[in-house]
Design a protein around this ligand. Structure first.
Ligand code: SAH
Length: 243
């Protein structure tokens, strides 16, 4: 009996060290990904105005297990700085762009944030690390359903996923401190501007579908007036829907 118990203990220890080793491998990859994001931020700082991203944002990027948001066949590339396919013709955005958009949204621990284009749920998870509550809308039913299961299974209990057309926002939970749109719109959706709090910020790619768009930062000032700035060229999948 004692021998069996000892053997069991060894087996458990071996399994434990295996998963620890696997976790370490991804931790090291995440660290390298964040180093790369830092380097690109310095280079792109002239366009983005953000030479150094907030340490809180980079720390969140270092924590979120991106390999759990990609398809099994893409796990080896999960931490490469590029977009990856997630099925249904959609993609999970490039890590640098996720970090930049998160940084531009100026996430505060007390914030309520709306994301349009849940996709895999990765951007929502990064935001969930940094704010109080994330509301996210996905138009492709199976993607929304998968993200709705994935996020709580990874411990994200402060994200609510809705399936529908995000162009119209989420009136019931408005106004939002920040809105992050991760699909390219031909114009800034007026309902989203309306659902932004005074002092709030929206980050959104705007431009023609399937061509280069511009990442825009839209700020609503305390008096309700809106200013928008064009930051850098990007490529996103289009915002679809019947609006
Ligand atoms: N943020 C995602 C990547 C988004 S790709 C991630 O981290 O993985 C853009 C997503 O926007 C796609 O999943 C697409 O289906 C979705 N989308 C496109 N048009 C939409 C709309 N009108 N409302 C909500 N989601 C939309």
């Amino acid at each position: 009996m004692a021998v069996r118990r000892a053997l069991l203990a060894i087996a458990v220890a071996a399994a434990g060290s295996l998963s620890a080793a696997a976790a370490d491998q991804f931790a090291a990859q995440r660290q390298r990904m964040v180093d790369e994001i830092r380097a690109i931020s310095r280079e792109a700082g002239f366009e983005t105005g953000r030479h150094r991203l907030e340490p809180r944002v980079l720390e969140a990027m270092e924590r979120v297990p991106r390999h759990r948001f990609v398809r099994p066949g893409e796990v080896d590339d999960a931490y490469a700085n590029r977009p990856l396919p997630i099925g249904h013709g959609q993609t999970i955005s490039q890590p640098f762009i996720v970090a930049l958009m998160t940084d531009l949204a100026k996430p505060d621990p007390e914030d309520k944030v709306l994301e349009i284009g849940t996709g895999s749920g990765y951007q929502a998870a990064v935001l969930a690390e940094l704010v109080k509550q994330v509301y996210t809308i996905e138009i492709v039913d199976p993607l929304g359903v998968a993200a709705r299961e994935r996020l709580p299974s990874l411990g994200y209990s402060n994200v609510e996923v809705r399936i529908g057309d995000g162009y119209h926002g989420w009136e019931e939970h408005a106004p939002f401190d920040a809105i992050v749109v991760t699909a390219a719109a031909s114009h800034i959706p007026p309902p989203l501007v309306k659902q932004l709090k005074p002092g709030g910020r929206m980050v959104i790619p705007v431009g023609p579908a399937f061509l280069t768009q511009h990442l825009m930062l839209v700020e609503k000032r305390a008096d309700g007036s809106v200013i928008s700035r064009q930051l850098l060229p990007v490529r996103f999948v289009p915002l679809t829907g019947g609006h």
